[in-house]
Write a protein that binds this ligand. Structure first.
Ligand SMILES: Cc1cc2nc3c(=O)[nH]c(=O)nc-3n(C[C@H](O)[C@H](O)[C@H](O)COP(=O)(O)OP(=O)(O)OC[C@H]3O[C@@H](n4cnc5c(N)ncnc54)[C@H](O)[C@@H]3O)c2cc1C
Length: 370
């Protein structure tokens, strides 16, 4: 069977490895190499790293938990069920593609432009080439050309901007999450420690650059700890939220193209890795692939969407209250897994009991009911 994979990011490379040597696989990638430009903070769970480690030793730092920081600067330190790992995405993408080359032919500087009746048009150094395929995987990111070509529904797109700079972290093994209306429109800002530096970024529904500047210049905690605003690395990108219908006949979308992203953090690596693990068990039956993925991750993404919707409803005073309250109940975080937002259901009855702000409780319950 001839399989065309569009995109040589992690979703494309892992898909090729999943489909395996029994099939004739071609990966087309529009850039010269994988992992460039970098569009990632590199934070994944240790479970996720445990599964990726055999392909790439790309770990940079261990993460014990997170400081949740309210708009007033107050912070609560929480440790969940699973630790985090900071990785170097350039290395991961490069290693995954090298491994994928054992399973697939790879064409770089080759852009998918269109497809019809089992034939795809690829633009290669100004020349158009036609490729026949029996199945196609669109692993071509948030703005997927494959999705557009086959009229797939599209997820909502958030914008992210991130810098690496000198930063005095609160702790070298804790990430920092900054909430509040001045630091993101409908999401949050973050700092991920790396030796003397940090990856400091904002995910937002609009204008992330404006919010990042606010964080750097005005945040009561973060702004005092930016040691130098000299930027070591800058990157910006798109974060899709909301899983779309990702299979049509012999075409499947995997990764950002499908919205396989945690809607409450923007992390995409674990949910796309799961997709490729399921692809391995089900290919070439794409309908079964979809069914199994929805069984395994569908519920987590829909629950994650509730948390995402809650961000837009919360006011600064709500975040200040939540952080203050969480200090007395930090042990509850031990029940939560960073890849499985539904673990929140385990502590929900306690949260409902301890929240003493009726308006906040109403917001929480109204989002959970959607
Ligand atoms: C600022 C930022 C921070 C993030 N931080 C994290 C994090 O900490 N943890 C985490 O898990 N996730 C994070 N993510 C999300 C994560 O980076 C993505 O989920 C992940 O890269 C998705 O992989 P992918 O292979 O689906 O898509 P991509 O990595 O986008 O790869 C798509 C590939 O397809 C190629 N392509 C596109 N169009 C075509 C075409 N027409 N023809 C041929 N090739 C094409 C592109 O060149 C690219 O190589 C972050 C995202 C951003 C923007």
């Amino acid at each position: 069977m001839r399989v065309l994979i569009v995109g040589a990011g992690p979703a494309g490379s892992l898909s090729a490895m999943a489909i395996g040597k029994k099939h004739d696989i071609l990966i087309v990638e529009e850039h010269q190499s994988a992992g460039f430009p970098v569009q990632c903070a590199g934070l994944i769970s240790e479970d996720c790293y445990g599964r990726l480690r055999r392909y790439s030793k790309c770990k940079l730092n261990d993460i014990r938990g997170a400081f949740f920081i309210a708009p007033n600067g107050e912070a609560v330190e929480l440790e969940g069920k699973c630790r985090g790992i900071v990785i170097e995405r350039k290395i991961l993408d490069r290693d995954l593609l090298a491994k994928a080359s054992e399973f697939a032919e790879i064409w770089v500087k080759s852009k998918f432009v269109d497809a019809k009746n089992g034939k795809a048009e690829i633009l290669q150094l100004g020349n158009r080439t036609t490729i026949e395929f029996d199945a196609m995987i669109g692993a071509d990111g948030a703005y997927s050309a494959v999705a557009r070509c086959f009229n797939f529904e599209r997820p909502e797109i958030l914008s992210a901007v991130q810098i690496e700079c000198r930063y005095e972290a609160l702790s070298d093994d804790m990430v920092e999450l900054f909430f509040g209306k001045s630091y993101s429109d409908g999401f949050f800002a973050y700092a991920i420690p790396l030796d003397e530096n940090a990856r400091v970024g904002v995910v937002s529904r609009s204008n992330p650059k404006f919010y990042l500047e606010n964080l750097i210049k005005k945040h009561p905690s973060a702004s005092r700890r930016i040691v130098s605003s000299k930027i070591i690395e800058l990157n910006a990108g798109a974060i899709p939220v909301g899983l779309v219908d990702f299979v049509k006949d012999n075409i499947a979308l995997i990764g950002d193209s499908a919205g396989m992203v945690k809607p409450y953090t923007g992390g995409g690596l674990f949910y796309l890795l799961r997709a490729t693990e399921i692809l391995k068990e089900t290919f070439p039956n794409l309908r079964k692939f979809k069914e199994e993925y929805l069984k395994s991750i569908g519920r987590e993404i829909s629950f994650g969407m509730k948390i995402y919707r809650l961000y837009s409803k919360l006011e600064d005073e709500d975040y200040n209250y939540i952080v203050r309250m969480a200090k007395d109940h930090a042990h509850l975080a031990k029940e939560l897994h960073m890849d499985c937002p539904s673990t929140l259901l385990r502590v929900l009855p306690t949260i409902i009991k301890i929240v003493r702000k009726p308006k906040l409780l109403k917001k929480l319950l109204s989002v959970l009911a959607t």
